[in-house]
Each structure stands twice: as C-alpha cells, then as structure tokens.
Write a protein that binds this ligand. Structure first.
Ligand code: C5P
Length: 230
C-alpha cells in the first residue's frame, strides 16, 4: 500500500562507496523496501545498447532515449534470497553490473529528459512500511522531503579497491588501475553534469567511510535512523 506519509531514507554518494551494501543492511534491519536507483540507469543503458548496437548514446536524440527509459518493461523479483531484475521477462541482473554498463549509464544519466523519464518510476518504490533509496540524487531531487539523508564518501583509491574486490569475488577479471581511472571519469561526469549533479543535500549527514568497515557504517547509519525515524 502506498501512503502519502511513508518514510524514506536516502543514501547518496559516488560510485563504489558501498551504498548498495549499506542500503540492503539498513532496509534489512527495518524491514523496509529498497530502491537501487542506479539499476534503472543501467537497465536503460542496456536497452539503449540493444536497440542501437554500436551507436554512441550521445548521437541519439534525447527524446528517443527518454522514450526508452519511460517504456522499460522491467520488474524486480525476490527469488530465494536474491533480487532478480527482469527486462522484458529476461534475467539481466548480472548483465547490468559490468563496468561498461556503469559507464554507459553515467553517460545517459547526464541527459535531463532521461532523468525526468525515470522520476515517477523511482517514486513508485515508496511503499509502506518505508523505503531505503540509494543513488546520486535521492536526497536532492527524487525524495527532497526524506526523513533522513545520508551522504557516503570514501577516497577514490579505497572505492576502487572495494569495487575491485567485489568484482574479483564474482569471478570478474579486472585491472585495479583501470578501475581507478574509470571511477575518476564517472565521478567527474556525475559531479559536474548540469542536471541533478552528485552532491550532498544541504540537510544531509556526511559519513566518510574510508576507514570504516560495513558493520561500522551500518551502525552509524542506524544511530541516525534511531534518532530520526519514529
Ligand atoms: O550506482 P550505479 O553505479 O549503479 O549507477 C550507475 C550510474 O547511474 C552512475 O554513475 C550515475 O551516473 C547514474 N545514476 C544517477 N542517479 C542516480 C543513480 C545512478 O545519475 N540516482
């Protein structure tokens, strides 16, 4: 059931900071829903690359890209312990997680019409008993009235190392120095785009996680939850 006063907690921050992991942990503690907003940009990027193979997104009309974002036939299904993402009924959970798709997502995410097209879809995740949303503009644009806004940061080297370990654990072969460079390019694009650039909301609590482990960050966020969430 969707309710006007349903509470939302926003977790924003740059790539590789661990938002997804913390989002899952906090939502697990509260029994709330999650929104992985980056997945919607990644799914849009995948659909664009399928409909326009070998075409650079920047050469495609913004209205056409927005139309693709608006008409995605996507669903999120809980299967056993895992969240499975279906696009036109096909399991694309792993396909959207590549560094290539992350980079493509960040290119199309700079297009205002695409962001606008994904707004209602993101807000539809706001359901009782509550939502933990992670992304880049959750607190600044999508849920400006959120009860709690957290902005997670960490040094680029630490974030690249976390991403490196994550990919290695999944059996994906990656090169650490190219990950550092990819993160730098993505940060630069996400922070300097005109629409909804990555930045802390004016009322966000900033947590530098460089020296913290997952349990410590979750604990710090849960302390804030205890103070803010009724
Ligand atoms: O978080 P994730 O790495 O999956 O996001 C992929 C890309 O999608 C980001 O680099 C960013 O450009 C874009 N994005 C965004 N706004 C969000 C979430 C993701 O612009 N709320």
């Amino acid at each position: 059931m969707k309710q006007k006063n349903t509470q939302v907690i926003c977790l924003d921050g740059p790539s590789g900071v661990g938002k997804g992991t913390i989002c899952l942990a906090v939502a697990g503690h509260l029994g709330w829903h999650i929104l992985d907003s980056g997945s919607l940009y990644r799914i849009t990027a995948l659909q664009v690359s399928r409909l326009f193979p070998d075409v650079e997104a920047k050469t495609i009309e913004a209205a056409q890209l927005a139309d693709i974002a608006l008409n995605l036939s996507v669903s999120y299904e809980q299967m056993d312990q895992n969240l499975v993402i279906l696009l036109d009924g096909e399991d694309i959970t792993q396909q959207i997680r590549t560094e290539e798709m992350g980079a493509k997502a960040s290119q199309i995410a700079a297009i205002p019409a695409v962001r606008e097209a994904l707004l209602a879809r993101q807000r539809a995740f706001l359901q009782q008993p509550g939502l933990v949303a992670d992304g880049r503009d959750m607190g600044t644009v999508v849920f400006p009235d959120a009860v709690l806004k957290i902005y997670l940061t960490a040094s680029p080297e630490e974030r690249a190392l976390r991403r490196y370990k994550q990919l290695k654990d999944k059996g994906i072969d990656v090169n650490l120095s190219s990950l550092v460079e990819d993160l730098r390019v993505r940060d630069d694009r996400d922070m300097n785009r005109k629409t909804a650039p990555l930045k802390p909301a004016s009322d966000a609590i900033i947590i530098d996680t460089t020296e913290l482990n997952i349990e410590q960050v979750t604990g710090e966020v849960m302390n804030w939850v205890g103070q803010r969430v009724g």
